[in-house]
Ligand binder design. Structure first.
Ligand SMILES: CC(C)[C@H](C(=O)O)[C@@H](O)C(=O)O
Ligand code: SF4
Length: 467
């Protein structure tokens, strides 16, 4: 029977699948970070269990690290964060796990570092105690976020108990205009299909618009699959994927690489493979997208206006919109381009790779951050940071008045010192905009790196196509 990409990878990893039981799947790569692993390692210690395959595990410190240049442990904002960082260091040492620590040259956000170092490779199963593990699916990986008790289980057994997800194909066609990016496509998908469209499904993204994206753009799309409710997002490996992986530190090399590459390209779904659900979207006319509310499906065109709850017939949706407008301090009918921003954040595992910084810099070069606006760029990894410095991107940002930071989750999640103040409005390239996500009372608008750059230099939302 013709199979989808997900089914091929699943079948190659199922260890046990008995009627009435939850299937057991073998895990190739286990990435872990300081925020969700302490209890898992503590559990192993209590039961006197070793890590089953330490060479498959890589630990990263990303959520709690300060991103101020020259950071030290005393810069870490609270005792809880210090404890998380120190515990990760101790656990890595005790259990023999490779650690990309706070001052390591390879440190960065786990979902940026995994693909960048070739730790995540096509055809693998990858887990991490983090919802945005889906990002790695851009390489043709079944990559799934797990809870802390599952982290412990995988550390101990190298296996995960996982109900087999349903399959969904979202094919996306059309050639978006310059300045309309993978992030806009991702926001548009959620706007159209909703924040629970993917529940219990693995989404395979296909179609000409997806094939035209770089692997970095595909990562942005798969990263946001979680915000569409999905368990994971995936894109089939092709020549673009193979060239992305070639030469990465932990990828195979030489003859072995060529053989692996041939196999990776066989992972694409078979013609005629059936999905449990299918959607099709066209992005040929897509304009830059901006969220106006407090979930990632509350999206409008940058050329549009803030929606009016009065026009909504469903009372539950209407009440949700009213509450979102109040929290966001916006009026129905207000033009998006009249909304002024206080802060611009370019970073997070959604949009902090080199391509994102290159895209943003194009719209910053020769301009200044608007008076009264604070703008920060937080590269996704120290390697991205170094490369951006080498290419002159860092200078472009600094000369324009942006802060240029070290790598970490930063203002995506207010647990490391980078945060919004109550009422502060932010154009953010991250993936979540619920109340308080970037700091208590903070108002988040999710946008692409290009739209974030435009907001920085104009002090409000602007259509980059007019810049
Ligand atoms: C801290 C972690 C559990 C969390 C996640 O799972 O996604 C974080 O990365 C986030 O983005 O909210
Ligand atoms: S950058 Fe944000 S979304 Fe990504 S792992 Fe860190 S906190 Fe989670």
């Amino acid at each position: 029977m013709p199979q989808t990409m997900f089914e091929k990878i699943w079948d190659a990893h199922v260890v046990r699948d008995e009627p009435g039981e939850i299937p057991m799947v073998y895990i190739d790569r286990h990435l872990t970070h300081e925020a969700t692993s302490p209890q898992a390692f503590a559990g192993l210690r209590e039961r006197d269990l070793p890590v089953h395959r330490p060479d498959s595990v890589v630990a990263v410190i990303d959520h709690n690290v300060p991103t101020m240049p020259g950071r030290r442990l005393i810069d870490v904002v609270d005792s809880q964060s210090v404890m998380c960082i120190e515990t990760m260091e101790d656990n890595a040492r005790e259990f023999g796990v490779r650690l990309l620590g706070m001052n390591d040259a390879d440190q960065g956000i786990v979902h940026v570092v995994g693909p960048e170092l070739g730790l995540s490779l096509p055809g693998m199963t990858v887990v991490c105690g983090d919802s945005h593990t889906s990002t790695h699916g851009a390489l043709g990986i079944f990559a799934v976020g797990i809870g802390t008790s599952e982290v412990e289980h995988v550390l101990a057994t190298q296996c995960l108990l996982q109900q087999k997800p349903r399959t969904m194909n979202i094919s996306i066609d059309g050639t978006p205009a310059p300045g309309v990016t993978a992030k806009d496509i991702a926001l548009f998908v959620i706007r159209r299909l909703g924040t629970d469209a993917g529940t219990n499904h693995v989404i395979e993204f296909s179609g000409s618009a997806v094939r035209s994206l770089t692997v970095e753009g595909r990562m942005t799309l798969c990263n946001m699959a979680i915000e569409a409710g999905a368990r994971a997002g995936m894109v089939a490996p092709d020549d673009v994927t193979v060239e992305y992986v070639r030469g990465r530190r932990f990828a195979p090399s030489g003859e072995l690489f060529e053989r692996a590459a041939e196999q990776w390209k066989q992972l694409a779904g078979d013609p005629g493979a059936r999905f449990d659900a299918e959607h099709h979207l066209d992005v040929g006319d897509l304009v830059p997208q901006v969220t106006w509310g407090t979930d990632p499906g509350m999206v409008v065109d940058v050329t549009g206006t803030v929606p009016d709850p009065a026009a909504e017939s469903d009372p539950v949706t209407r009440a949700g919109m009213e509450r979102a407008l109040e929290y966001m301090g916006l009026q129905p009918g207000q033009r998006v381009q009249d909304i002024a921003v206080d802060t611009v954040f370019i970073g997070s595992c959604t949009n902090s790779r080199l391509e994102d910084l290159r895209l943003a810099a194009q719209y910053v070069v020769g301009r200044r951050v608007a008076a009264g606006t604070r703008a920060i760029v937080v590269p996704g990894s120290m390697s991205v940071r170094r490369q951006a410095e080498k290419e002159g991107l860092a200078d472009v940002f600094r000369e324009a008045g942006f802060e240029w930071r070290e790598a970490g989750c930063s203002m995506c999640i207010a647990m490391n010192g980078d945060r919004l103040s109550p009422g502060e409005r932010c154009a953010s390239t991250s993936n979540r905009n619920f109340e308080g996500r970037q700091g208590r009372g903070g108002r988040t608008h999710l946008v692409s790196p290009v739209t974030a750059a435009a907001a920085a230099v104009t002090g409000r939302f602007a259509d980059v196509r007019d810049l």
